[in-house]
Write a protein that binds this ligand. Structure first.
Ligand code: AN7
Length: 345
């Protein structure tokens, strides 16, 4: 069983001595080689499987810290706006801590697995007739008016917890990789990884990837009506805009867009050739290096080791998977018929 992230990195996390540790044994996720993708980009590519966290996404790293602190501070409820994974994670940790959870999601725009999680954990789920950016604006105002803890990544404890992913990668490789490829939505996670590497001796170039229809950081202006198949990153006005841009610049990296087609190709490639089923938003990290290569500034050597962050599990979004997968083969319960179905052609 993995050691709870708060115990593993207690001395680097800002909890108070009396805070309870609200944990589901998050963190310590696998970092695995990706031979097929490595071959295609001409560098050693590793995948950090954040879908292996308890609720199936990287959000658990931040949530264990944010909910522990909220419980320690005497909060009775946690609230968030979410494209799905934050909602699932907040609901799980709220249940664990005995707190009420309220999650606001864009109606009809979150993957079905995430909705099932939030409901099963007993959160109050509110489907907003609007998008994530509007939901975040509303929960920020609500958190000012009620004694609830806001657990979006505007919450510092979320970022502090999520920075531990950088510690794990650096520990495992012996040092930070040359580059880190990461999907970008509200820009909390890239901010967190950058902070984590900043507390170590060496930092990678950051390659951030947004979906083409939801790429405010690439365009340099907010996108009022973001659209993408990668519903987790359907965000038009990231809360951590300035910090993320500062991180890309100081790391000498870049932020670029990938099309939905490129995202879905990488999603299928990861599942069918590497054996890794992630959600579409996560595949943006791999789509990005396949589409844009591993460019470095002229006075900088090209990266030899690249870590792609696969932020969430593929089971979160069965609808997208089934919509893109080959059909199942129906068959009578007879040996010859099954034999034909299994091996013919
Ligand atoms: C799988 O759940 O914003 O750039 O409300 O679920 O830190 O926002 C999710 C974001 C990448 C982007 N991959 O991270 C939410 C939410 C997955 C995600 C991102 C999200 P940020």
């Amino acid at each position: 069983m993995p050691i709870p992230l708060i115990e593993r990195y207690r001395d680097r996390l800002p909890l108070e001595p009396g805070d309870p540790i609200v944990t589901l044994c998050e963190g310590s996720t696998p970092l695995i080689e990706a031979p097929v993708i490595s071959e295609r980009v001409g560098a050693r590519v590793l995948l950090k499987l954040e879908g292996a966290n308890p609720s199936g996404s990287f959000k658990d790293r931040g949530m264990t810290v944010a909910v522990s602190r909220a419980a320690g501070a005497g909060a009775e409820a946690v609230i968030c706006a979410s494209t799905g994974n934050t909602a699932a994670s907040a609901a799980a940790y709220a249940a664990r801590a005995g707190l009420r959870g309220v999650v606001i999601v864009p109606e009809g725009k979150i993957a079905i697995g995430k909705l099932a999680q939030a409901l099963m954990h007993g959160a109050r789920v509110i489907a907003l007739r609007g998008n994530f950016d509007q939901a975040l604006e509303i929960v920020r105002a609500l958190a000012d008016r009620h004694p609830v803890e806001l657990v979006n990544s505007v919450n510092q404890y979320r970022i502090e917890g999520q920075k531990t992913a950088a510690f794990e990668v650096a520990e495992e490789l012996g040092e930070a990789p040359d580059a880190l490829a990461i999907p970008v939505g509200n820009a909390g996670n890239v901010t967190a990884w950058w902070r984590g590497f900043g507390e170590l001796s060496r930092a990678p170039m950051l390659y951030g990837f947004q979906a083409e229809g939801a790429a405010p950081l690439v365009r340099g202006v907010p996108v009022p009506e973001p659209e993408t198949v990668a519903s987790a990153i359907r965000i038009g006005n990231p809360a951590r805009w300035e910090e993320a841009m500062a991180a890309f610049t100081s790391s000498r990296g870049r932020v670029e867009a990938v099309s939905d087609g490129q995202i879905l190709d990488a999603y299928r490639l990861l599942a069918s050739r590497e054996g890794v089923f992630c959600e579409p938003a996560s595949a943006a990290s791999v789509a990005g290096i396949l589409a844009h290569g591993l460019a470095a500034p002229p006075d900088h050597p090209p990266p030899e080791t690249v870590v792609c962050v696969l932020t969430g599990h593929g089971l979160k979004d069965p609808d997208t998977a089934l919509g893109k997968a080959p059909a199942v083969i129906g068959c009578e319960a007879e040996l010859e018929a099954v034999e034909r179905a299994a091996f013919a052609g």
